[in-house]
Write a protein that binds this ligand. Structure first.
Ligand SMILES: NC(=O)C1=CN([C@@H]2O[C@H](COP(=O)(O)OP(=O)(O)OC[C@H]3O[C@@H](n4cnc5c(N)ncnc54)[C@H](OP(=O)(O)O)[C@@H]3O)[C@@H](O)[C@H]2O)C=CC1
Ligand SMILES: O=C(CO)COP(=O)(O)O
Length: 347
């Protein structure tokens, strides 16, 4: 019989709440911490979180907490489910109320602009060493709306410590939520973060009225530039053909649940970025990640034409249609650059 645990989910948005449900289904005592007292009252009294997961009923073994100290008391594992922008602030608050080491499972998909740190690196940077047991990432094609309806979902967990990843695999795995492990933490985090850029771009092309051919082109050429950067950063190229690479690209570029796709769609239809973000009401990670990936491309001297085009649209007021035209009229090239180099050296 598996050990049932007290587990704290930090962040009561869509993804934190959906993951709390999976853990509750597995019999764990789940504490769901959020910074909004009214929302916590709703979770405890009505067993709903209507803003983030409308129509979903939460079981009794999910208890809402508004105080981090109480939420983290006597807990060994915490799931960190806040937007990338809020991570440092929340970790700082956690460090102030913790004395014992904690395993942090992060589920956010982003890169920090300017420092260019992946989220596991941000956690190591911000959390004092004596308070950090292990850092694990959970990522993959998984919209909260579907997970909360117990629709079949597959994800991957990764950590520098394989045993920690396997423990998290055991906490989450069940008949509708299948969890794999992958030792390549760089590839897992880069794939999960950068697919949001391509999802924004896919939303834009849909909003402009382009068809499925354009979407397929974006997904495959998007994957090529993500893998080009990721491998330079030390990731295994194989990871990009897995759940956290192509898998997450497919779901985010093709699903109406995706906030990144929806934001891109509105941009393609002519709305201004500020207006789109204001009306979304939930995090659109791809915007900040585009800034970070653009900086990473410069740092590692990697060509990322789709990321650059999106950067121009988001931050330089470029016209989306002009950027698509510019992408299509670049100098002709090989599809597989490495393969072309190998073949020409054999001649
Ligand atoms: N939704 C999904 O399907 C998936 C999301 N993810 C990733 O999970 C991460 C979280 O996303 P998601 O849950 O969807 O986002 P949401 O926008 O749905 O929720 C974000 C939550 O974080 C809270 N929050 C924001 N800032 C702070 C802060 N400074 N301190 C404390 N809490 C804060 C929000 O509170 P408030 O309501 O007060 O704003 C809200 O409860 C993102 O990185 C996302 O990419 C990954 C896989 C799937
Ligand atoms: O990461 C996700 C699905 O795997 C969620 O994507 P969005 O943030 O675009 O909704």
């Amino acid at each position: 019989m598996e050990r049932k645990e007290k587990i704290t989910v930090v962040g009561a948005g869509s993804w934190g709440t959906a993951l709390a449900l999976v853990l509750a289904d597995n019999g764990h005592d789940v504490r769901l911490w959020g910074h909004n007292p009214k929302q916590i009252e709703e979770i405890n009294q009505l067993h709903t979180n209507k803003k983030y997961l409308p129509g979903v009923e939460l079981p009794n073994n999910i208890v809402g907490y508004n105080t981090l100290k109480d939420a983290l008391n006597e807990v060994e594992t915490c799931i960190l489910a806040v937007p990338t922008k809020a991570i440092r602030e929340v970790l700082n608050d956690m460090a102030n109320v913790r004395q014992e080491p904690l395993t942090i499972v992060h589920v956010s998909k982003g890169i920090e602009p300017d420092t260019l740190l992946r989220i596991s690196e941000m956690i190591e940077d911000e959390m004092p060493e004596h308070l950090l047991q292990d850092v694990v990432v959970l990522s993959g094609p998984s919209h909260a709306e579907e997970v909360s309806m117990r629709h079949i979902t597959t994800v991957t967990v990764s950590s520098k410590n394989i045993e920690a990843a396997e423990k998290v695999q055991d906490l989450f795995i069940n008949s509708y939520f299948r969890v794999y492990t992958n030792p390549d933490i760089i590839g897992v985090e880069i794939g999960g973060a950068l697919k949001n850029i391509i999802a924004l771009a896919a939303g834009i092309t849909d909003g402009l009225g382009y068809g499925d051919n354009a979407k397929a082109a974006l997904i495959t050429r998007g994957l090529a530039e993500i893998a080009r950067l990721g491998t330079k950063m030390g990731a295994s190229p194989l990871t990009f053909s897995g759940l956290t690479g192509i898998g997450d690209l497919i779901v985010t570029c093709t699903s109406v649940h995706s906030r990144n796709w929806r934001a891109g769609n509105l941009l393609g239809k002519g709305q201004k970025l500020e207006e789109v973000l204001e009306n979304m009401g939930m995090v659109v990670e791809g915007v900040r990640t585009t800034k970070a990936a653009y900086q990473l491309a410069e740092k590692y001297q990697v060509k990322m034409p789709i990321t650059t085009a999106l950067h121009n649209v988001l931050f330089q007021h470029a016209n989306p249609k002009d950027e698509v035209d510019a992408l299509m009229t670049r100098v002709k090239t090989h599809e597989m650059e490495d393969l072309a180099n190998v073949l020409s050296s054999e001649q």
